[in-house]
Design a protein around this ligand. Structure first.
Ligand SMILES: NC(=O)c1ccc[n+]([C@@H]2O[C@H](COP(=O)([O-])OP(=O)(O)OC[C@H]3O[C@@H](n4cnc5c(N)ncnc54)[C@H](OP(=O)(O)O)[C@@H]3O)[C@@H](O)[C@H]2O)c1
Length: 328
């Protein structure tokens, strides 16, 4: 089956910091919905629809599943069966930084762990290289030079095209960018949590990233589904909060959050958007954010989310109203 020939006509592509890499404004993450219990037909349909809609970037990590590693295996199968001749149109990323195997070499940020993990990821994905290889979190006990040196080796060995960091704050991002410049390492992106209800990077990372020319990809822009209208009337059976494999605790769906979500939903409706659409465009309002890294359990969610790009503009009144609701 071939892909939509118009797939590049409507998606917006944003430059990642000062690099040559452009990412789609909306990228797809495989943290949930791609584990061992995921339905193969749905995984295939999700990734195919992404590509049809111009979402050229799929994000993974060694530990995505459950169990850890299974998301890479499942996505690898779909890449092999569906995307064979389109590899050069895709940006596939993976990461190392969290627990993968027992003992002192299966976690954190040593050169030993990072390089062994990448070899395992490539095997599971069935790929010769990934486009972005991330260090998933800063290791307070390993010198930054060592973790960045491991990313540099991965690039020199042709196993990664670009390098990235994730969950590093602004000051550490500045430090690793200096190391990367010395190494001539293409360290282009920081993957960080960012949404209407998790705004801490606004002061702690965004200004630094702009200063050093690093892109930001915002993960969980819908707060795992909380910033949609789905939890306004309880927890639906087919939602992440009801899924035993899901990473959103039902306790996160609490009264104070849902009361704000209800007000945000009314504001979104007044803009002629769904709340999910408004939440995504809000994350992308700052040019420093290269891409909103979403997840999806259903094809229709992808369609709704990409359609958000038709209305990206906010008035100052809308920004103030959103801030008032969030502060309330
Ligand atoms: N670097 C890191 O440390 C880190 C950490 C976490 C995540 N990430 C990355 O970020 C990616 C995205 O995270 P996320 O999945 O939590 O992102 P998210 O976009 O905040 O939440 C996605 C979930 O929201 C629901 N949803 C999406 N669109 C919807 C719509 N239009 N209407 C109603 N519900 C909708 C779906 O959940 P339902 O199942 O309820 O339908 C979907 O699975 C991950 O896959 C991963 O790649 C990185």
């Amino acid at each position: 089956m071939s892909f939509n020939k118009q797939r590049y006509d409507t998606m917006q592509f944003n430059r990642c910091g000062n690099s040559g890499l452009k990412l789609p404004a909306i990228s797809m993450g495989c943290w949930n919905n791609f584990g061992v219990r995921a339905e193969p037909g749905n995984m295939k349909a999700l990734l195919r629809r992404c590509f049809d809609l111009g979402i050229t970037h799929f994000d993974l990590a060694n530990n995505y599943g459950p169990p850890p590693g299974s998301a890479e295996e499942n996505v690898g199968r779909v890449l092999a069966s569906e995307f064979g001749s389109h590899r050069d149109e895709l940006i596939i990323s993976t990461k190392a930084g969290y627990l993968m195997w027992p003992g002192p070499y299966g976690d954190w940020g040593s050169r030993k762990y990072i390089l062994a993990s990448l070899d395992q990821s490539l095997k599971r994905l069935g790929l010769d290289y990934v486009d972005i290889f991330y260090h998933h979190r800063r290791d307070p006990e390993t010198p930054l030079e060592e973790s960045m040196g491991a990313l540099d080796s991965a690039v020199r060995q042709g196993k990664a095209i670009y390098a990235g960091i994730s969950n590093y704050n602004g000051e550490d991002s500045k430090k690793v960018m200096e190391i990367a410049r010395r190494l001539n390492l293409p360290l282009v992106i920081n993957q960080s949590a960012y949404s209407m209800i998790r705004r801490n990077i606004e002061g702690s990372l965004v200004p630094y990233a702009r200063e050093i020319g690093m892109g930001i990809i915002a993960f969980c822009p819908l707060a795992q589904g909380l910033l949609t209208d789905k939890y306004l009337r309880g927890i639906p059976a087919d939602s992440r909060a009801a899924n035993p494999d899901g990473t959103l605790q039902a306790a996160g769906v609490n009264e104070s959050t849902i009361s704000k979500v209800g007000k945000l939903n009314e504001l979104a409706q007044a803009r002629g958007q769904s709340l999910a659409q408004m939440a995504l465009m809000w994350v992308l309002r700052d040019a420093g954010v290269t891409s909103a890294l979403i997840g999806a359990s259903k094809v229709r969610q992808l369609e709704e989310n990409v359609a958000a790009l038709e209305n990206r503009a906010f008035s100052e009144d809308e920004f103030s109203a959103i801030d008032r609701i969030l502060a309330g």
